[in-house]
Structure formats: C-alpha cells, structure tokens
Write a protein that binds this ligand. Structure first.
Ligand SMILES: [Zn+2]
Ligand SMILES: [Zn+2]
Length: 248
C-alpha cells in the first residue's frame, strides 16, 4: 500500500530482514516526469510497487535511481520502467554480481570469501522461488558526479557520496520538499566492516547531512524520520565508534 509523505513524495514501505528484506521504495511526482529511488530486490517487488502506483493514479517512473549496489536495492533493475541510474562504483559491483552463479556451491563460496553475506543469502532464498530466476544487470546511466533533474515543479539533486554503509552511495536531495533519500547510508558497513561504523566515514557523513537543508530523511529500511532525530542518533553512534562505549 502506497503511503503519501508530501504532495510530491510517496513510498511503498519495506519488509525487514526476518522476511524478504525489501527496502522502502520512494517516488517523486513531478508535473512532467517522475523519479523512483531504488529498484527493489526483485521483479516481483517492482511489480508490487508499480501496482501501488497505478492504484494511486500515478504514472510509472521515468527514472529510477539506485542508492547503492546491495541486492535489495538493485536486483529489481531488470524490471524497472524508464531509465535507470547508479553510481559508476555501484555499477562496477553490479557487473561483477551479474556474473555470479546461484547454485548452492557458488553461493557457499561467496559467503566464505566474504563477497556476499549470510543475511542476504537467506533473504534472497525467501524472495526468489528459485535462484535461477535471479537476473542482475547494471543501471543504464552511470554517475560519477552530481546531476540535477527537473521533474516539473520539483527537482532532484542526485549526489555522489561515500557513506558509513557502502562506498558507492547516491543520495537524492529534493529541496522543494525538504527531503533527502539516504538509502542505507545511516547504517554501518556489513560487507567491509562487520556491520560496524568507521568513525571517519561516519563523521564525514554527518558533515554531509548537516550541510543540507531538509526535514525528512528517507531511509532504506524504516519510515521517513526527521533530521534532528537522525543526526542525534548518528552522533551517538559516532561517540560509540570513537570511544568503543555504548551510548543508550
Ligand atoms: Zn545496503
Ligand atoms: Zn538495504
């Protein structure tokens, strides 16, 4: 069921990691064009999103921006309407993942080498009936820098930044709606850092967020929340990461 955040921003809530690990998918409605944030984790997820858009009388997105390469945000790319975009770094990862084999031995090997992580493998098993249905493709457009898209009455600034979560992040800033789509940028790094925060990366991320004027943070795995709460939590996490102490 599609939810409305502002006159121009809608979203399909996700499903957590005990289920199929579907991220929240966002939609920005312009007068002429529309933009989606994240492609979802499978063609079935895309279809659920598009069904909800149709039911709300909204057209399908003209552009889908993938916030980072992780499977739950990108494996739906093959079913996306319109053009798709990702950072060049995310596309490099996706090209590699496109060559992955999905038989049990290959999956096991990727877990051993750390190329993939168990939490994802379990959710992928729940999302897809059979692994042979998985089709990974890179996005059609690659961004190395910034891009502003005028959708008519509302614009999206697509910003390239590393985050504490992954090194290939794209962020979608919607100034007219005072909103920022952050993907999973607010979490630690499960691939390179055991799910922990790297203080340096987190500090740079807090600085990046502080410099943008927005009210709504649109996260990959939670309801939209407000910037003061978001920053307060991230600053607590930074203290923990710097001093190894738990801040409650
Ligand atoms: Zn992620
Ligand atoms: Zn995610």
């Amino acid at each position: 069921m599609l939810k409305k955040l502002t006159d121009r921003i809608f979203y399909l809530p996700g499903e957590d990691i005990t289920g199929r690990d579907r991220p929240f998918l966002y939609y920005v409605r312009g007068d002429r064009k529309s933009l989606a944030v994240d492609a979802g984790n499978s063609p079935a997820h895309v279809e659920e999103f598009y069904g909800a858009l149709r039911a709300a009388g909204l057209r399908l997105p003209d552009l889908t921006v993938v916030t980072h390469w992780h499977w739950d945000h990108s494996f739906g790319l093959s079913a996306a309407a319109g053009l798709t975009a990702a950072s060049a770094a995310a596309n490099e990862k996706l090209r590699r993942a496109a060559a992955w084999r999905w038989d049990p031995a290959s999956i096991e090997k990727r877990l051993e080498t750390g190329e993939d992580i168990e939490a994802c493998a379990a959710c992928i098993r729940r999302e897809y009936g059979g692994p042979e249905a998985i089709r990974v493709i890179p996005a059609e457009m690659e961004l190395a820098g910034e891009l502003t898209v005028d959708l008519g009455g509302v614009s999206c600034q697509i910003l390239r930044r590393d985050s504490p979560h992954s090194r290939d992040g794209l962020f979608v800033y919607i100034p007219e709606e005072k909103a920022l789509a952050v993907g999973d940028g607010e979490s630690g790094d499960y691939y390179d850092n055991g799910g922990q925060y790297d203080p340096k990366r987190l500090r740079a991320f807090i600085q990046f967020l502080s410099g943008l004027d927005y009210r709504w943070a649109l996260g990959g795995h939670g309801e939209p929340w407000e910037k003061p709460e978001e920053l307060a939590l991230l600053k607590d996490r930074l203290k923990e990461a710097e001093h190894g102490q738990v801040v409650l």
